[in-house]
Design a protein around this ligand. Structure first.
Ligand SMILES: [Zn+2]
Ligand SMILES: [Zn+2]
Length: 237
């Protein structure tokens, strides 16, 4: 079946449309032109670091900003062709990009995998979901979970649909309601509690959304939280 599909629809480079020979999704030229993160990278956010090291290193951002997760990885830098690929997946109705992109993410994320790990995407805002009809982070989470051989849950993180009344809530509950805007909904608490969680998103910029997601998972008893993103926005050195 796979062979027949490939005969009828030979794999195309997801960037330039040229024919490709592997399922990594890019032709040789586009592969070279895409800013993959290889070599030394920050152990918390995946951003590329200069030099070499035999221990875990952290970038300036992660030294300054506390990250409520254990480790993080990024496949590509959010610039040039890397940025164009992310925007095509996000706004260009190019859902076909998710599978090869998840293979790139799996290459750098495999060393974080733990027993019983659960992959969970960052949810869209409701109005964005309606306008776009799909959540690119959910597509990535599903494909990445398949690559890594772990479970995934499309809705273990959620944005409360309307701001609930603050009346009768504890101080902590009020803070949660007003700050992160991400929760593990009651029906998913049992799924998240006691296990390692891999939070998946397309882009990490400041990391604030990922931090809110990690805190929501830890608040309901996740054992540890890890992060895997397709692209990391790096400041120019
Ligand atoms: Zn190409
Ligand atoms: Zn970092």
């Amino acid at each position: 079946m796979q062979t027949l599909v490939q005969l009828v629809y030979p794999p195309r480079c997801l960037s330039c449309g040229g024919l490709v020979e592997t399922d990594f999704g890019l032709c040789g030229t586009c592969w070279r032109d895409t800013p993959f993160i290889a070599g030394l990278s920050c152990d918390l956010c995946g951003t590329a670091l200069p030099g070499q090291s035999d221990r875990a290193e952290h970038c300036d951002d992660c030294l300054k900003t506390e990250r409520p997760w254990t480790k993080g990885r990024a496949a590509i830098q959010y610039k040039d062709k890397g940025r164009r690929i992310v925007l095509a997946l996000k706004h260009g109705d190019r859902q076909d990009i998710a599978k090869p992109a998840a293979k790139w993410m799996a290459r750098v994320s495999r060393d974080m995998v733990l027993d019983n790990m659960l992959a969970v995407p960052i949810p869209l805002h409701l109005h964005r979901h309606l306008a776009r009809r799909y959540n690119q982070s959910a597509l990535l989470a599903e494909a990445l979970a398949a690559e890594l051989g772990i479970e995934w849950s499309p809705d273990a993180l959620a944005r409360p649909s309307a701001t609930p009344s603050l009346e009768g809530k504890t101080r902590e509950e009020r803070f949660d309601t007003l700050s992160g805007g991400l929760i593990v909904p009651p029906k998913r608490v049992e799924q998240v509690a006691g296990r390692p969680i891999l939070i998946v998103d397309d882009v990490m910029t400041s990391g604030a959304t990922l931090a809110a997601a990690a805190e929501a998972c830890l608040a309901v008893g996740a054992s540890q939280v890890f992060v895997s993103v397709l692209a990391r926005v790096a400041k120019d050195p």
